[in-house]
Design a protein around this ligand. Structure first.
Ligand SMILES: [Zn+2]
Length: 285
């Protein structure tokens, strides 16, 4: 009995040592990963919202639907400051699940909001965004918002309307807000991301991909408002052919029923690497 107890204690000790050791090595790896210089870190905030850390440490925020987003990671949901300092703010169009908290984040960070010219103008004239925090460009326009970073607006097959509650009347108003766009974001090391925004299929996806050669594509798969999983798979296999793809714009709106499983099924056999993300997850490139 005594011997058995000693043996048991020895085993327990060994197991905890092994577990402790494993734990330490996992933490070390996480810490090392988090500190990897020159990496591109992509965090999914839900729907079409991403936070991208560039190789030089610049923070780029795209389509931040935070406080109203049903799948926003809890740590950011009621605390826009928790997203951290923002160096570049990009909005693809004025629908609420894309413009989201962008004006508030522009003011909070004193950083310019980049978007379709005819969306930024009403934001300014209605008093939603201070004039010095709006940057207007348009489909096919290219800007250099930060050293070594280029952003090109590209076509998206979609619409753009701004719905705004007028504080004077307490009534909702609809305002034309330009045309929806996608973005080619080229980082300091040449890594190129194509955030497609909301879009249906259009044959110039082939031209855009051949001309800009994106490494990573963020593609909507939810359907109803955008491509569905089979449409997205067709575009990727036939026209876009990137190295990697992150499916987005699903799992947040009951009308956009497309699922990750359907997308994966439709992509079966393709050499394009699918990176399935969950809201709040960060992937490093
Ligand atoms: Zn939209």
């Amino acid at each position: 009995m005594h011997v058995f107890r000693q043996f048991k204690a020895l085993i327990v000790g060994l197991v905890s040592l092994i577990l402790f050791g494993l734990n330490v090595s996992v933490h070390a790896q996480t810490a090392a990963k988090a500190n990897t210089a020159n990496s591109v870190d992509v965090l999914w905030l839900g729907q079409a919202g991403f936070r991208v850390k560039s190789p030089n440490g610049k923070i780029i925020l795209i389509d931040p639907w935070i406080t109203g987003g049903p799948k926003t990671p809890p740590m950011y949901k009621n605390d826009l400051a928790a997203i951290g300092p923002v160096d570049l703010l990009l909005v693809t169009h004025a629908h609420v699940d894309h413009i989201g908290d962008a004006p508030a984040l522009a003011k909070l960070n004193n950083t310019k909001l980049y978007g379709p010219a005819d969306m930024v103008t009403p934001l300014i004239t209605l008093g939603i965004l201070p004039a010095d925090l709006g940057f207007r460009f348009n489909k096919t326009g290219r800007v250099n918002p930060l050293p070594g970073i280029k952003v090109t607006a590209v076509q998206a097959e979609h619409s753009s309307l701004l719905v705004w509650k007028n504080p004077a009347t307490e009534k909702l108003e609809s305002h034309p807000a330009g045309e929806a766009m996608g973005y080619i974001i080229e980082l300091e090391n040449g890594f190129k991301i194509w955030h497609m925004g909301d879009t249906g299929l259009f044959a110039d996806m082939k031209f855009i991909s051949e001309y800009y050669k994106p490494d990573l594509v963020m593609i909507p798969i939810g359907g109803n408002f955008t491509m569905a999983p089979d449409d997205a798979a067709y575009a990727l296999r036939t026209w876009v052919k990137p190295k990697m793809v992150i499916p987005m714009h699903y799992n947040s709106n009951p009308l956009a029923k497309g699922t990750l499983a359907e997308f994966q099924e439709a992509m079966k056999g393709s050499a394009i690497k699918i990176i399935p993300m969950t809201e709040g997850q960060t992937v490093q490139f």
